[in-house]
Design a protein around this ligand. Structure first.
Ligand SMILES: *Cc1c(COP(=O)(O)O)cnc(C)c1O
Length: 375
């Protein structure tokens, strides 16, 4: 057993080179071989090298790499849900996941409910006889609210329901839901695992038993990834711990500085003691609280001017990369919701979501505060 920093860097499979050779063949000899090697069989050396590393980091036994986070999520959900089943979802989940549920599930006659994060305590009452999956995400996007993973996994276990958590925001460096009783962890690797704003992929980590089931559906859905991208993922994972540690410490510094600014009305970061679920966050997140934070400008008519005045921080979608990026969720990631739905979730036009990078924290602080002061 090594620490996460070590597991990020080293591969367990031994090759003559310290990196896994890039394997691009889609046609493979089969006479004399036990296994049919094929990218969509999820069994090439490059895929296996990354899965092995992610299993160590997420404390799981088996997993798969997909062509996007959404491919991973849809494959997992449709592996366990069929017509007549019911699933429970946290209300505060990634917009694309909510879209998948709302637009696709009715076509297959799969029933679902969304639960606000502050009502997780009554999860027990929402379970039906046909509930097969409970799915959550913590910290949530964009308001960084926290759900207690042990509470959810205990309810799921007691009722024999498959529990799934999207661990994209926390990363395996900070949070290991499988150790807290969860069955399946999913990731949009496009964010922190890739970490350089240049890869799109997804991942799952789970037990051998559940992975075998998901694998059968994954073969049919076909969301696999090629060897060249896998090579870049392997390279990215080597610095995952370093990046996330720096992003988290930068985010905490910025959250504290923003909290003290009189032009800012609210700061959402689980590492702040003022966060309503700081205690739960501190018990289930280790070594930091992640690189994502949100805040609200007091005067929401100044949002656009503020974004235009930033010199260093880049107004851009997506998150988790080396460069600090910022977005206004009401006009970007959550624009597809109605205004009423947005306001119900607290996503006003004044809300800004910051994905903190690895730059110098003081440079970032000065850039943001200067843009606030002059807008
Ligand atoms: C981006 C994201 C996804 C979707 O991942 P893709 O790689 O874009 O398909 C899922 N969950 C979370 C939390 C995300 O941020």
């Amino acid at each position: 057993m090594y620490s996460k920093e070590t597991d990020c860097v080293h591969n367990q499979q031994k090759h003559q080179g310290v990196n896994t050779p890039i394997y691009t063949s889609t046609a493979n000899r089969y006479i004399g071989y036990n296994e049919i090697l094929y990218p969509r069989n999820f069994n090439t050396e490059n895929q296996k090298a990354i899965v092995d590393k992610l299993c160590r980091l997420e404390k799981g036994d088996a997993g798969m790499i997909f062509s996007s986070g959404t491919a991973a999520i849809s494959t997992v959900l449709f592996s366990f849900l069929k017509a007549g089943d019911h699933a429970l979802f946290s209300q505060e989940i990634y917009g694309g996941t909510a879209k998948l549920i709302v637009e696709e599930f009715p076509k297959y006659n799969i029933d679902f409910d969304f639960i606000p994060n502050d009502e997780i305590g009554r999860l027990d009452c929402l379970i039906r006889e046909n509930t097969k999956v409970i799915y959550t995400e913590t910290p949530s996007n964009p308001l960084l609210s926290i759900v207690d993973l042990e509470v959810i996994s205990a309810v799921a276990r007691k009722n024999n329901i498959i529990s799934v958590v999207d661990n994209t925001f926390a990363t395996p460096i900070i949070q290991n839901p499988i150790s807290m009783g969860f069955d399946i962890v999913v990731h949009s690797g496009t964010k922190y695992l890739g970490g350089h704003h240049d890869l799109c992929f997804g991942a799952i980590v789970t037990s051998h038993k559940l992975n075998d089931i998901i694998y059968q559906s994954a073969l049919n859905f076909g969301g696999s990834l090629n060897g060249l991208d896998c090579y870049l993922i392997e390279r990215s994972l080597k610095t995952l711990a370093l990046r996330v540690e720096k992003q988290s410490s930068n985010a905490l510094k910025l959250a504290k500085a923003l909290q003290e600014n009189s032009e800012i009305s609210a700061v959402y970061y689980p590492g702040l003691e003022s966060h309503p679920n700081h205690t739960v966050a501190a018990s289930q997140m280790k070594g930091g609280f992640g690189g994502m934070l949100s805040f609200k400008l007091k005067d929401d008519s100044k949002t656009e001017e503020f974004l235009n005045r930033l010199q260093l921080v880049i107004p851009a979608l997506s998150l988790g990369g080396l460069e600090t990026t910022i977005c206004q969720p009401s006009t970007s990631s959550h624009a597809s919701l109605s205004e009423e739905e947005r306001l119900e979730q607290g996503i006003t036009d004044a809300l800004l979501r910051l994905s903190v990078g690895i730059e110098d924290a003081d440079d970032l602080r000065r850039d943001i505060l200067a843009a606030i002061a002059s807008s």
